[in-house]
Design a protein around this ligand. Structure first.
Ligand SMILES: Cc1cc2nc3c(=O)[nH]c(=O)nc-3n(C[C@H](O)[C@H](O)[C@H](O)COP(=O)(O)O)c2cc1C
Length: 342
């Protein structure tokens, strides 16, 4: 097998940003801390996504500001002490501190800094997108986390909600917007096209919904957030492969990355970048080097000069095997299983 004398070129375009490699640190609590972000940068990360600022935090902040104003005007003593704790959210970082985090990260890091907004319907909070842009974020990741527990709601209504939120945020900023979507649409591809038409420059495939467990001893819902396992990459792998080259936006594959193999697989399926949270929480920020070098060595061992040579090679659009991602393959898989277990 031909070997290259030089290191493969890993540089990547992602929603208008130039990255030194396609490995992106997706949101996690640690990404709220500058020392952690600097370690990711030193270890060679391509870009970082800050943890989300949640709609609930921004609304709490606005309520607090309104209460302070009312206090000044009406001298209402109750308002004086009104500061909901949820302003600081799950990461202890309120909206103002979040903007500081963007500014500091931009000043201290050598890689693009992507801010993350997390909401579920249109309200005043969307204006924080403009603040994030002013603070210097290179792009915005929009996590529309919404569980349609109202069983009378149709799929069309659910899709309309996503589009409304995106359009409202789009109206606030010129920045690239990357929407983190769930896999739960009747037609993921059609929805992807609608999001692009509404202004998305990229999609994260997919958001990992919390799937509850029940603690039998206490008869209550479990509050433990498990890190992901590599088997969880199969669903995003399928849809990355189906969408690659067929929607006019960047694709970020997310979920289940544990080592360089998963990174290579997602790129072969056609993602522009590969995101990881669990692996970095498990092994620390320096693990980025293992992922990056593993990708580089994989390419070099095959005589490939750049990551663009593998991107999408196994996507639906480019795979010669017809029906590989469809029903025919499902039937073939069952035949193989039956033959092996006969
Ligand atoms: C502790 C923890 C906190 C997270 N916080 C956020 C968040 O604030 N915003 C967000 O969009 N995703 C958040 N995520 C989801 C991750 O960014 C990622 O989408 C998910 O963990 C799947 O990727 P992985 O398999 O690489 O872990 C969080 C995940 C974990 C484990």
């Amino acid at each position: 097998m031909a070997r290259l004398a030089t290191t493969p070129d890993l540089s990547t375009q992602y929603a208008g940003l130039t990255l030194r490699n396609p490995i992106v640190a997706s949101p996690s609590p640690e990404n709220a801390h500058l020392p952690w972000l600097k370690r990711l940068d030193a270890a060679g990360i391509g870009a970082v996504v800050l943890p989300s600022l949640f709609q609930e935090q921004m609304e709490a902040q606005d309520r607090a500001a309104a209460a302070v104003l009312a206090q000044t005007q009406d001298n209402n003593p109750e308002a004086q002490s009104y500061l909901p704790t949820s302003v600081t959210g799950p990461y202890g970082v309120g909206p103002e501190e979040y903007l500081d985090l963007i500014r500091t990260a931009k000043a201290e890091l050598s890689v693009p800094v992507i801010a993350s907004l997390n909401g579920s319907d249109v309200a005043g909070w969307v204006e924080y997108a403009a603040e994030m842009e002013k603070a210097g974020a290179d792009a915005l990741e929009l996590n529309i986390y919404y569980v349609p527990v109202d069983i009378t709601q149709s799929g069309t209504e659910m899709e309309a909600r996503y589009l409304r939120v995106l359009e409202a945020v789009r109206a606030q900023v010129r920045l690239p917007i990357i929407v983190k979507i769930p896999p739960f649409f009747s037609s993921v591809g059609h929805m992807a096209g609608q999001l692009v038409a509404a202004g998305a420059n990229g999609l994260v495939i997919f958001n990992r919904y919390i799937q509850p467990d029940i603690e039998l001893a206490r008869l209550r819902l479990s509050r433990r957030l498990e890190l992901s396992a590599p088997a969880e990459m199969r669903l995003p792998l399928l849809w990355t492969a189906v969408l690659a080259g067929r929607v006019d936006c960047a694709l970020a594959a997310s979920c289940g990355v544990e080592g360089p193999d998963e990174v290579v697989k997602f790129l072969l399926a056609g993602s522009d970048v590969v995101m990881t949270t669990s692996a970095l929480l498990r092994h620390g920020p320096e693990y980025v080097t293992v992922l990056r070098d593993g990708l580089s060595n994989w390419l070099a061992a095959r005589g490939l000069a750049s990551v663009s040579q593998v991107r999408g090679v196994m996507s639906k659009a480019r795979l010669r095997e017809s029906g590989a991602y469809e029903r025919a393959n499902y039937i073939r898989l069952i035949e193989t299983y039956s033959a092996e277990h006969a």
